[in-house]
Structure formats: structure tokens, C-alpha cells
Design a protein around this ligand. Structure first.
Ligand SMILES: [Zn+2]
Length: 278
């Protein structure tokens, strides 16, 4: 029952994400006007706006003008529904599930807008930073390293919410700071902007939600995806070497993996690589 709720709820959110993906880059309101067909401008009634089902029932065409509906809409809905299920399997249904579904949904929107326009809109990334700090304080996950580090500089911190707040701020500094450093170095060395500062703000947001260790994991995984998939894509499509990759898209995919399996991946890394070396 709960898993069905997780799926359906995430599907409905996915339907709203489609609206954000189209409207945010154009600076349009995401609440008004109501959804309408981009071709004939007719309002879409609620029964034609049910995630995935309506797409199938309508045969992928607008009820009025019969123009094709892009396959991307149901795909984004299905992707979000799938992420909703994976989050449920990891966290169950609770405050964690809702917060991380919100975070992953924002990542889906950023990933798609970056593919379409090569931008990562400030309304998502900048608001995501302070929402991430608040979410961390609410969730207050355990951060065994923070009290130790604070004791090292002579401060005793025991309040779990204060620890979570410090971890979130550290996440912003490490996640955003590292990408800022790379972007700045790239700009100085090659004289071109290899990475937009949208990526910097996006990683500050990821750090705010997930803390420094998972933000670092996100950058590592994102760079790995970017180099493997990106280079294969450039090769396959015979694009020029200066073809601008949507790095934000790779970071977004990496961030979702970090939410779901980051703790396990880091533990695995410590067990396999660090322990044997000691
Ligand atoms: Zn139409």
C-alpha cells in the first residue's frame, strides 16, 4: 500500500516537474495559467492530465488538435515515480522520504533544463541552498565527524540540530567551493568558461542537503559520468571537442545516486580501499 502511495505521489509531482521544465527557463509563472496544449492553446482538462495514463489513453495526441504529445512528458513522470519507489525502499515513508523526493525532483528539473538550455536556473539552485540548510536541521542525521572536528578546534558541540546545521554549511562550502575553484582555474588557464557558475550554485545546494562527504561523492560520480558518457556522445555524434556538455545533468544524476546509495558507496570504499591499506 505504502509503495503504491510513494509511486503515485511521485508520479503526480513528476507531472508538475514537466510544467517547471517548460516554464522556468522562460521566467513564466509555474501556477498560472493552467496547463494547455502548446499547439492549439486549449486548456487540458484534469482527466487528460493524469500522469502516464492520459498519454496512453490519448494515443500520445492532443484531444483537440491531434498534435503529438512529446514522449518526454510521461518519461519524466515515470522517472520520478521510479525514484519515489527507490527512496521508499531506502527510507520508508516519512519526513525523510518527502524531503529527499523534493530534492531529487529538483535534480530532475535541473538535469532536463540543463540539457535543453545549458542553464541551471537560480530560482531552484539559490532557494535550494537555504531549503537544504533547513531540511538538514529538520532531519538532523548523525555526523560523527563534526563533533570530533569541533572538539579539535576547542568547541564542544552536542546538540544534533546544531551539528546538522554545521554539516550543512560545510557541505555548501565544500560542494560549491570545489566547483568554484575548478571553474575559476579553468577560466584562468584556458580563458574560456568551461563550467558555468550555475554548476557552482547547484553543488552548493547539493552540499546543503547532503553534507560535504556526499557532495564530494556527487562531484566524483558526476565527473565520471560526464567523461565516459559525454566523450562517447561526442565521438558518436561527431561533435566538435568544444561541444558544451550539460555537466549539471551528470551532477544531478550523481546527486540522486548519492541520496539513495551514497552512504553505502562511501562505506564500501572505506572497507575495500582504505582499511586494507592501513
Ligand atoms: Zn492541442
Amino acid at each position: 500500500m505504502e509503495i503504491a502511495f510513494a509511486f503515485v505521489f511521485a508520479l503526480v509531482v513528476g507531472s508538475f516537474l514537466n510544467v517547471c521544465i517548460i516554464r522556468l527557463p522562460q521566467n513564466l509563472s509555474i501556477s498560472v495559467p493552467r496547463s494547455h496544449c502548446p499547439k492549439c492553446k486549449k486548456l487540458i482538462p484534469w482527466y487528460d492530465n493524469i500522469p502516464i495514463l492520459s498519454y496512453v489513453a490519448l494515443g500520445a495526441r492532443c484531444r483537440h488538435c491531434k498534435k503529438k504529445i512529446a514522449l518526454r512528458y510521461p518519461l519524466i513522470e515515470a522517472l520520478n515515480g521510479f525514484v519515489g519507489i527507490l527512496l521508499y525502499l531506502q527510507f520508508g515513508i516519512g519526513i525523510e522520504w518527502f524531503i529527499f523526493l523534493g530534492f531529487c525532483s529538483a535534480m530532475v528539473v535541473l538535469a532536463t533544463i540543463d540539457i535543453d538550455h545549458r542553464i541551471l536556473p537560480d530560482p531552484i539552485t539559490l532557494n535550494g541552498i537555504w531549503i537544504g540548510v533547513l531540511a538538514s536541521i529538520v532531519l538532523a542525521p548523525s555526523h560523527p565527524l563534526i563533533p570530533r572536528a569541533m572538539r579539535w578546534i576547542g568547541m564542544e558541540v552536542t546538540n544534533p540540530r546544531l551539528i546538522a546545521f554545521i554539516a550543512s554549511i560545510l557541505g555548501i562550502v565544500v560542494g560549491g567551493g570545489l566547483l568554484w575553484f575548478v571553474a575559476e582555474a579553468y577560466l584562468r588557464l584556458r580563458g574560456i568558461e568551461g563550467m558555468g557558475f550555475g554548476d557552482v550554485k547547484m553543488m552548493a545546494m547539493v552540499g546543503a542537503f547532503l553534507g560535504a562527504p556526499l557532495a564530494l561523492l556527487t562531484i566524483m560520480l558526476g565527473s565520471l559520468f560526464g567523461s565516459v558518457i559525454g566523450l562517447a556522445f561526442i565521438q558518436f555524434n561527431r561533435k566538435s571537442r568544444n561541444y558544451e556538455l550539460p555537466f549539471g545533468t551528470f551532477l544531478a544524476a550523481a546527486a540522486i545516486i548519492a541520496v539513495l546509495y551514497g552512504e553505502q558507496l562511501i562505506q564500501l570504499y572505506i572497507d575495500r580501499m582504505i582499511r586494507p591499506a592501513l
